[in-house]
Design a protein around this ligand. Structure first.
Ligand code: GDP
Ligand code: MG
Length: 804
């Protein structure tokens, strides 16, 4: 509970004081120390200040200030006793000596100390420095780590324990700085200022220390309690870099701890340091002022003096930090300052100082501050005897590989070769476990058929559930293999290269470079990909990226791709068909983005640097875990939406039931038959019959349902094999049934095209609504993708028919 929430006459015991260092110091100096009892003498709501009694003195605070002090009250302590059986014994004692005031206070005191043992820790650092690796290692979570930036866009929370302390860990998106330019930078700033973590872990990629320390200097400005994790220390050592990190820590007033989050090295020490710092026992930690040079410092001081006149904000912001931000022309700080009574005055002074700095430093204040910070870092590193080892050594392989992989001529063929190998292995290797699962499902269906008496229940089990869910679940091995490949490409750093080589091409066609990470993520699942568009600074590019994302073929579409390609095409063509789908998706996305960028807003070109992290050989554990996570998701979907959809599709096909008809006639006269017949004309130009049409409609919920629906609609008696079509061996049964319905390979391919391009799925549409903030864009996406799918598949069918 917050101190500000106590009403007149109530008492509490102080747990901790939140906020930046300057504020904490002032409050602690007033006597608000952990474990002290406070009594509210007078708290009128909406009336400042509030009067408190602490250590026998009367002091007054503002509401805003009191809201930064965490306390525990008697009733909270009691509730906790009841809720927590561990402490019932103590509770017994406290009840026994209920009338003794002293004991009761002692109990409260103890509770306060216990509660104090929860430390809120935020992870801040550049993209790709290992924050999520630490988060996963420490909390046992399974968040995605990827060897490219922009993977974490949301804050993730997790818990860890060390030496009786509980840590609330928050994994934040990666940022290079804390300016107001990109959404994730603002997001991290807000997390730090509004959520006031007790300690910040600043994760640093030590093989890139100079650039990483830039963010550290900004955190220092904010006057936060920081611990630096010098991560990737294995690479640092391997390269033979030298650094006296103790000296560097002393210079910055921040403890520095070498870590390797991949193996867990240094994590205990890191936790110990956090505890020490939190308890005020760390000797390294102190608040320093980064010296920006005389001219800038003068400006910072003057602006700060004026900001300080308003006592209101001192509880929240370090005034020095605000002053620096103003001189950096930070739009967000400006807006905040405008809310102050003397806001305009402050901004006027800022403008004056900025002009003066520009005259004296020969560069604008923003650049001057940045240069000063880098100067400071450079100096500090010199003093700490920083020496880069043989960069070539570790980067040699990376450079050599990059020469090949990002080569102008070789890059693309290699990329497609890799894709080809990936699909080929998926198909050929996946065939075996697929056959096993298939025969198991067949046996299960057969057993139920033999033992149960005929009727709707049996039909539902065999044709509905086993037919529907079974037809999707057989693809599990192939999906797992594919995911193992994709995980490998991501973790090793290849995906960043793939984005890099595609970037050049796409840039020419009017798409923003930074859109690439979301687009590539889209191959996995469109929903997190839509969320990942937050990392794009320009609103226009963000919107366009969201709109074209559904063309990135997500993995939910795989079952139907695999089903149809392995039914209609010989093994040697399958990979090519699969790749062609992906390529067509990308091509349509590019064309659409070009159309949108011309049509929505006029072009704007933002320069952009694509990070190329060094190649790392991924740990098999990480790959297995990623793969398994996906597999789990897949299975969960089977038990949920796919199961429900299969039953619904089956029921619509079973009722109204007529025993005298054969299966084909029964389906035709059922509800689903009638629905199918109604929509069939819509898909006439594509040559889809009513069963295919039903599949498309059912796929609106989730794309896997297209496959499970096919499974239900084509379930039932195995027709006797004639030796035709043995090439497409596995699905020959499906093949026979579908070709009996007049489905040709051309129609099948057009069907895949339609599945690729049309309405993504409900979850994606909702995500687009949330990220763009408007239903308008979500509905637009739903409509235009479906229209595109309709036109393209009709065009392909009608054109190809002329030649085949
Ligand atoms: P984040 O973007 O900061 O969350 O970084 P991630 O946790 O996703 O890690 C980025 C990459 O660095 C992954 O490929 C990790 O396996 C790798 N990585 C993380 N910590 C270390 C480390 O200490 N040493 C080495 N060599 N690699 C690491
Ligand atoms: Mg991350």
């Amino acid at each position: 509970m917050k101190l500000s929430e106590l009403s007149t006459g109530q008492k509490g015991v102080i747990v901790k004081v939140l906020g930046h260092g300057g504020f904490r110091k002032r409050i602690v100096e007033m006597g608000f120390i952990k474990g002290q009892e406070v009594e509210v003498l007078l708290n009128a709501p909406l009336h400042d200040p509030v009067k408190y009694k602490i250590m026998g003195y009367e002091v007054s605070l503002r509401h805003t200030e009191a809201s930064m002090i965490e306390i525990i009250t008697e009733s909270e302590a009691r509730n906790k006793d009841i809720a927590n059986p561990d402490t019932t014994e103590e509770n017994g004692i406290s009840v026994a000596s209920n009338n003794e005031q002293d004991t009761e206070f002692n109990n409260l005191h103890e509770e306060a100390l216990k509660k104090r043992r929860i430390i809120n820790v935020a992870l801040v650092g550049n993209p790709n420095c290992g924050k999520t690796s630490f988060f996963n290692y420490a909390s046992g979570a399974h968040e995605r780590v990827g060897n490219y930036s922009g993977v974490t866009v949301d804050a993730k929370e997790g818990r860890a324990e060390y030496k009786g302390y509980n840590f609330n860990l928050i994994d934040l998106p990666g940022t290079y700085s804390l300016s107001a330019y990109s959404p994730e930078e603002l997001y991290v700033r807000r997390e730090i200022i509004d959520k006031t973590p007790d300690v910040i872990i600043n994760v640093i990629d030590s093989s890139n220390i100079e650039r990483n320390l830039y963010l550290t200097t900004q955190l220092v400005d904010m006057n936060q309690r920081i611990v630096c994790a010098l991560n990737m220390f294995d690479e640092f050592e391997e390269r033979g870099d030298k650094l006296n990190y103790k000296v560097l820590g002393h210079l910055l007033g921040v403890p520095m701890i070498p870590t390797v989050f991949r193996t867990g090295r240094g994590i205990d020490e890191l936790f110990q340091t956090i505890i020490d710092m939190y308890e005020g026992q760390d000797s390294t930690f102190r608040h320093i002022h980064i010296n920006h040079g005389k001219d800038i410092e003068e400006g910072i001081d003057r602006v700060k003096q004026l900001i300080q006149e308003d006592e209101q904000i001192r509880y929240k912001y370090s005034t020095r930090y605000l002053s620096i931000k103003l001189l950096e022309n930070d739009s967000h700080a400006e807006e905040f300052i405008k809310t102050l009574t003397n806001g305009n005055e402050i901004l006027k002074l800022r403008d004056k100082e900025a002009v003066r700095i520009k005259e004296e430093c020969k560069e604008d204040s923003e650049t001057a501050i940045m240069n000063a910070k880098y100067g400071f870092i450079h100096g500090a590193l010199k003093e700490a005897e920083y020496q880069e080892g043989n960069i070539e050594d570790t980067y040699q392989t990376t450079h050599a590989l990059d020469k090949l992989i990002t080569n102008k001529y070789l890059g693309f063929p290699l990329f497609f070769l890799l894709l080809y190998i990936m699909f080929q292995v998926t198909f050929s290797l996946g065939q075996y476990p697929m056959d096993w699962i298939d025969s198991m499902i067949g046996a299960l269906g057969g057993r139920i058929s033999d033992t149960m008496s005929d009727g709707p229940l049996k039909a539902m089990l065999v044709d509905g559930i086993i037919g529907g869910v079974g037809s999707v679940i057989v693809f599990l091995p192939q999906i797992l293999i594919l995911y193992a490949f994709i995980s490998f490409m991501e973790d090793s750093g290849y995906m960043a290269r793939a984005a890099f080589i595609m970037d050049k091409l796409m840039h020419k066609m009017g798409l923003h470079g930074k859109s690439f990470i979301p687009l590539i993520m889209g191959f996995g699942c469109n929903v997190p990909a839509v969320m990942a568009t937050r990392t794009i600074e320009s609103r226009r590019s963000r919107l366009i990226t969201m709109l074209i994302l559904p063309f990135m073929s997500c993995s939910a579409r795989l079952p139907i791709y695999i089903m149809i390609t392995s039914t209609f095409f010989a093994l040697k063509y399958r990979s090519a068909i699969m790749i062609s789908l992906y390529v067509i998706g990308i091509a349509v996305a590019v064309i659409m983005s070009k159309v949108f960028s011309r049509w929505l807003v006029k072009s704007e070109d933002v320069p952009f640097v694509m990070e190329l992290p060094p190649y790392r050989f991924p740990t098999s554990k990480a790959i297995l875990r990623h793969t398994w996570e996906k597999g789990k998701q897949y299975l969960k979907k089977m038990g949920g939406i796919i199961l429900v959809a299969s039953i619904i599709v089956w029921a619509l096909g079973y009722f109204p039931h007529n025993d005298k008809l054969n299966q084909q006639e029964q389906l035709e006269q059922s509800y689903i038959g009638s629905i199918g017949k109604v929509v069939e004309p819509v898909f006439k130009p594509q040559g889809f019959d009513w069963k295919l049409s039903i599949g498309l409609i059912s796929g609106v919920g989730a794309k896997e349902i297209v496959a499970s629906t096919m499974g239900v609609l084509y379930a039932g008696d195995e027709t006797v094999a004639d030796d035709e079509a043995q090439d497409t061996a596995k699905y020959s049964n499906l093949y026979r049934k579908m070709s009996a319905d007049g489905v040709t390979p051309l129609i099948a391919f057009c069907y895949l095209l339609f599945v690729l391009l049309y309405f993504p799925c409900l979850a994606t549409i909702v995500a687009i609504k949330n990220e763009s903030g408007k239903w308008k864009w979500a509905i637009f996406t739903a409509v235009y993708t479906t229209a595109t799918a309709w036109c393209i598949s009709a065009l392909v069918y009608q054109t190809a028919r002329l030649f085949l």
